[in-house]
Design a protein around this ligand. Structure first.
Ligand SMILES: [Zn+2]
Length: 281
């Protein structure tokens, strides 16, 4: 689905803060450079400015709270918390906008968080040279599975944390359902649309984490087809992709059929006719 972006006119023309326009009035995409005056390193400045922006401008996509609270310093993997529904959010900010992978924290810690179903939602923020928020992508926590985590090489012996192993998040393995634009190419996406998209995939949390990896990999495979309507045979054409990310599983086709039922029960696809399916928006 294309983000429902707002033109400059729409964002600035309303003088009455009706509920329809309330969201348009509050998102100022400019970070406040003065916030980082005390910092010297580039990464500290970026951190301070983008955290300040989120604290000032962001709302909770999971409920109707119009703000997120910053977590206490050094809270593991949770930079913000919703004061109303207690959802956790981790912020990653970058000057470059590469949508293939994101460098994340410790590999083992991330795996544990996934297996124990406590990975936070991720906010991936892209800012410009003059500190404008250009893109902001929300990845709901349910999309973090073992398939999308890549182990990095251990740090070299001369590194301060020699031997430490980090991980990458492979964004290209996350289906588009799990990459929700909040700001897109310098335009604010309507709050209502962000919340609808978050709500649409929320039921995935009902699938136990040990099974959810397969559910999302099949959804990702469906999305790779690029069509709303597809057949079982279409999916079987991409069997090798699923085999590659699950090398130990020899029963990929039965797994595909089983996960189609799970996706149907979650309301994400419909069984249109025997062997034919439709993605629900
Ligand atoms: Zn909330």
């Amino acid at each position: 689905m294309q983000p429902e972006c707002l033109s400059e006119h729409e964002r600035t023309s309303s003088s009455a803060p009706t509920s329809l326009y309330r969201e348009l009035l509050i998102m100022n995409l400019q970070c406040r450079a003065q916030v980082a005056a005390v910092f010297k390193s580039g990464s500290q400045v970026a951190r301070a400015l983008t955290e300040d922006w989120c604290r000032r401008e962001l709302y909770c996509p999971a409920c109707d709270s119009d703000k997120l609270l910053q977590s206490r310093p050094n809270t593991p993997a949770a930079d913000f918390t919703c004061p109303r529904c207690t959802q956790l959010f981790e912020l990653k900010s970058s000057r470059s906008w590469r949508l293939r992978k994101i460098v994340d924290a410790g590999y083992e810690a991330m795996l544990r968080a996934i297996r124990e179903d406590r990975a936070p939602n991720l906010l991936f923020l892209h800012y410009s040279e003059d500190w404008l928020v250009t893109n902001l992508l929300l990845i709901p926590r349910v999309f973090f599975t073992e398939s999308v985590i890549e182990k990095r090489r251990p740090l070299k012996p001369e590194a301060r944390r020699a031997g430490w192993v980090g991980c990458n998040i492979l964004l290209d393995r996350i289906p588009q359902d799990g990459k929700i634009p909040v700001v897109s190419n310098g335009l604010t996406v309507a709050e209502r649309q962000v919340r609808n998209e978050f709500s649409r995939v929320r039921k995935l949390a009902e699938v136990p984490p040990a099974v959810r990896g397969w559910t999302l990999d099949v959804l990702s495979t469906i999305r790779k087809l690029g069509t709303v309507r597809f057949s079982l045979q279409d999916l079987y054409q991409l069997e090798t992709y699923l085999q590659r990310i699950h090398p130990r599983n020899q029963n990929v086709r039965p797994k595909i059929r089983q996960q189609l039922q799970v996706l149907r029960d979650l309301g994400l696809i419909e069984f249109t006719s025997p062997g034919i399916y439709t993605v629900r928006s």
